[in-house]
Write a protein that binds this ligand. Structure first.
Ligand code: AQP
Length: 332
């Protein structure tokens, strides 16, 4: 909480083209907090470099991610939208929090284990300490709620532990945040391997539906989605592919799983996959249109980045100053 206002904070890495997992699990839910909360939504470019990025692509995706935030309905007058590397307090607080985070805690993070097995040639210290930078992001703004997909829950829980540990030593420093996991869309799975999370960095482009995929591509990808040898559309254990498609259809239509099973009773997987593709394409079409309009004005996006960074810095400076004072750093 900052000045009696509840705070919502979240971020997305510009580490690839954003997917419907990022959209349904996170971005789409961000705007639900705009009325009651002071909201900070960040493009976390410093997190992205924990795996190797092509500089030109990272730059392009940073603009695109900001434009997508706005295209998905985040009004920059009601939400502070900014880029992480424009607010240096994130990196400074992360260093401090590293000194209050245990090696064993970081070693237990499943994302570190997954990413180090995927990038075994580059298991760098940043990949290991990613969660303390994420804790700094959240704690700088005295955040109350963090809307994320379920894969980030473990990191938010570690952030809570770090905040509580710090508060015990230096009382009343940080607000202890709660992760908010949307009931539907919390974990959208890969279309090629529905036991795996859909990820923007997946090398198989057919496993992933990107927010900016055109209608034909979206429908083609859903038609090719891996399912099972049955034909009946029903949510059941062991039917990971169909369960994933039912969840996606439910997210886009608001229908319950029961309603969906009734709607497709007597129809085959082909009809169902086409329907999932169509509702997804219909929902993304206005987002894509708005995105193209926003991206065509780079100067306006840069003005937005500047405004967001100024707003965010004001809050970040206050928290970092408080922390430095409590630690005993000399202020000139
Ligand atoms: N498949 C998903 N289903 C639901 N939510 C998801 N999120 C990511 N994938 C899914 C949520 O999106 C937000 C931003 O994620 P991120 O960019 O910080 O990184 P991530 O969780 O590592 O996402 P990716 O797409 O898997 O990125 P890469 O491939 O670069 O690692 C988070 O709230 C996340 O939960």
């Amino acid at each position: 909480m900052f000045q009696d206002q509840l705070v919502s904070y979240s971020g997305v890495q510009p580490s690839g083209n954003l997917t419907i997992g990022n959209y349904l699990g996170a971005i789409r839910n961000f705007s639900t907090y705009s009325e009651k909360y002071k909201c900070f939504y960040c493009v976390v470019d410093e997190h992205a470099i924990t795996v190797r990025q092509n500089p030109a692509e990272l730059r392009r995706r940073t603009y695109e991610t900001l434009a997508l935030y706005m295209a998905c309905g985040l009004d920059p007058d009601k939400n502070t939208l900014y880029v992480q590397s424009h607010v240096h307090e994130h990196a400074e607080l992360a260093w401090i929090l590293n000194c209050y985070t245990m090696f064993g805690e970081l070693s237990r993070m499943t994302q570190f284990k997954d990413k180090s097995s995927k990038h075994s040639d580059n298991i760098n210290a940043g990949l290991f300490t990613y969660p303390t930078l994420m804790a700094a992001d959240i704690l700088l703004y005295q955040t109350d709620v963090v809307p994320v997909g379920i894969d980030q829950k473990q990191h938010v829980e570690l952030c809570r532990d770090i905040a509580e540990r710090f508060n015990q030593l230096y009382p009343c420093t940080f607000t202890v945040p709660e992760p908010i996991i949307a009931k539907s869309g919390m974990k959208i799975m890969s279309l090629a391997d529905p036991t795996k999370k859909m990820s923007k960095s997946d090398e198989n482009v057919n496993a992933v539906v990107y927010i900016l995929d055109d209608r034909d591509t979206i429908i083609r990808k859903f038609k090719r989605a891996v399912t099972d040898s049955e034909t009946c559309v029903r949510f059941a254990e062991g039917k990971d592919g169909i369960n994933n498609l039912i969840s996606i259809y439910s997210c886009f239509t608001g229908k319950s799983f029961d309603e969906i099973e009734k709607e497709f009773a007597g129809k085959g997987y082909g009809d169902f996959k086409l329907a999932v593709g169509e509702v997804c394409a219909d929902a993304l079409s206005p987002v894509q249109e708005k995105f193209r309009e926003l991206l065509s004005d780079k100067a306006a996006l840069e003005a937005q980045m500047r405004k967001g960074a100024e707003e965010a810095s004001y809050y970040a400076r206050r928290t970092l100053g408080k922390v430095q004072k409590k630690l005993g750093f000399v202020k000139l």
